[in-house]
Design a protein around this ligand. Structure first.
Ligand code: BES
Ligand code: ZN
Ligand code: ZN
Length: 475
């Protein structure tokens, strides 16, 4: 799909607000017959074999329009155009009073581009057949260069989101720590990102005993992946993005039932999101310094695997009582976060993790749960997620909850007493950030869904690539 400035005259999109009155034969007919009302994302395609075809696209009430509703509406339009095998479409890009014109162009372009992803690697016969080759924009009062830049941003974002989706959708038989590390190199080194991969010998030297305990049950070597993007060398400030990297989570000896296990190839979604976000940030040459970190391993059962009841050490020097080997993500993250705080010396940390089923119970598959030790960073992140259209909801982290993870025999234990599972998991992580301003995002519900929703496809969603990009861009 290529975006161009101008007009091709083969087919066009006409935008209609709710109950809008304007002079157009087709529209008047449809309104009279009550076939079209202009509701948000409503589409009607009128095929013309000789002349110009028309797609009517409803936008609802203008006061309620947001960048995300534009993404969704134009995504619907693109899917409808594909149904009719349209190859070229014209659009007079609308200006809305409450929305920035350049950002409107990016949101619309994203909506179009989001229509072309489907994970079909293992389908012998592909179902998705993209048809739209050209989208022509008519834009009033902006220089071409600015328009093309706005489009380019959408292209970079969707490419990066799709990298995340492909990594998450890949099954564990082909996606293990070494493969994830290689993917980080393949996707990022060409963009000037320095990627270092540490094997188990180095990980041992660093005393990442909690991470290694989780990795112990697998024959696949654990990898500690560090990705460094220096887009602002004159500035010392760095933000660390830490992603959970369980390339498979069977639960270990606290084994999961098979119905909960069959999607656990997605347990590295946090890590994949970090790779996608750094790709977007580096492709856009954002003026910032970002370090991505993934502690990648598998949580399996074997004669060497760690066991419920074990007490393990950690790079931070704290001992951890493991009362459930299925609460493994927090153990790997404990060492990754400590590394981010004390070796990278990050000024801020955001971690992303498919951490708890409790978060899925609380917020479902549309909203990510968040925990923080710093309101300012939290507010910046919430603003970025709102703009990205990737909902985040902050969970409380009152001190009383910290009692839940106190252990009698070690410094901390890896599960809470009862209830508030998403919160106690977050507070466990907080014990390893060394007071660095930090936000934790629990994406257990949002990273992967068996059904499509809005412009998100079936399977991996790629959510929070945009949130992280906009957080770091500062919008
Ligand atoms: N990877 C899972 C969490 C998860 C659940 C991700 C559903 C995606 C969808 C995590 O490692 C886990 O198993 N957490 C346990 C923690 C519990 C033992 C305290 C859970 O949520 O059941
Ligand atoms: Zn688990
Ligand atoms: Zn897990």
């Amino acid at each position: 799909m290529e975006f161009k400035i101008g007009k091709a005259g083969k087919s066009k999109i006409i935008l209609v607000k709710k109950d809008e009155k304007f002079d157009n034969d087709l529209y008047s007919y449809l309104v009279e017959k009550e076939l079209f009302k202009g509701k948000l994302s409503e589409v009607y395609f009128d095929l013309s074999r000789q002349g110009e075809s028309t797609l009517l696209l409803g936008l609802g009430e203008e006061e309620k329009l947001s960048y995300n509703s534009l993404r969704k509406a134009f995504n619907k339009a693109a899917i409808e155009l594909r149904k009719f095998k349209v190859e070229s479409v014209d659009l007079l890009v609308p200006k809305f009073e409450k929305l920035d014109y350049i950002k409107t162009i990016t949101a619309i372009s994203e909506g179009f581009l989001q229509s072309n992803y489907s994970f079909e690697k293992y389908l012998t016969e592909k179902k998705l057949k993209p048809t739209i080759k050209e989208v022509y924009y008519e834009v009033v009062g902006l220089e071409d260069e600015i328009v093309l830049q706005a489009i380019r941003e959408a292209e970079i974002l969707v490419d990066s989101i799709n990298v995340t989706r492909d990594l998450v959708n890949e099954r564990a038989i082909n996606m293990y720590p070494e493969v994830l590390a290689q993917a980080a190199k393949d996707k990022l080194e060409g963009l000037g990102v320095k990627v270092d991969v540490l094997g188990e010998e180095k990980i041992k030297e660093l005393k990442m005993e909690a991470f290694l305990a989780v990795a112990e049950g697998s024959d696949k070597e654990a990898k500690f992946i560090i990705m460094e993007y220096t887009g602002d060398p004159a500035n010392k400030e760095k933000i660390a993005l830490v992603g959970k990297g369980l390339t498979y989570d069977s639960g270990g000896y606290s084994l999961k039932p098979s119905t909960s296990m069959d999607t656990m190839f997605t347990d590295m979604a946090g890590g994949a999101t970090v790779i996608g976000a750094i790709k977007a940030i580096a492709s856009s040459n954002l003026k910032a310094n970002v370090v991505g970190i993934i502690a990648a391993c598998e949580n399996l059962v074997s004669g060497r695997a760690y066991k419920p009841g074990d007490i393990v050490g950690s790079m931070a020097g704290k001992t951890i009582e493991v009362l459930n080997t299925d609460a493994e993500g927090r153990l790997t993250l404990a060492d990754a976060l400590w590394y981010a705080a004390t070796v990278v010396k990050a000024d801020k940390i955001v971690d992303l993790a498919t951490l708890t089923g409790a978060c899925v119970v609380a917020l479902g598959s549309t909203t990510t749960g968040a925990i923080t030790n710093n309101d300012e960073l939290m507010n910046d992140l919430l603003a970025a997620s709102e703009f990205a259209g990737e909902p985040v909801w902050q969970l409380p982290s009152f001190d009383d909850y910290k009692e839940f993870i106190k252990s009698d025999f070690a410094d901390i234990k890896n599960i809470g007493d009862k209830g508030a599972g998403a919160i106690t998991a977050g507070l466990f992580l907080e014990a390893f950030v060394d007071d660095t301003p930090w936000v934790h995002l629990d994406i257990a519900g949002t990273a992967y869904d068996t059904k499509a929703s809005g412009y998100l496809p079936k399977g991996a969603s790629g959510v929070h690539v945009k949130t992280l990009y906009y957080l770091i861009k500062g919008e």
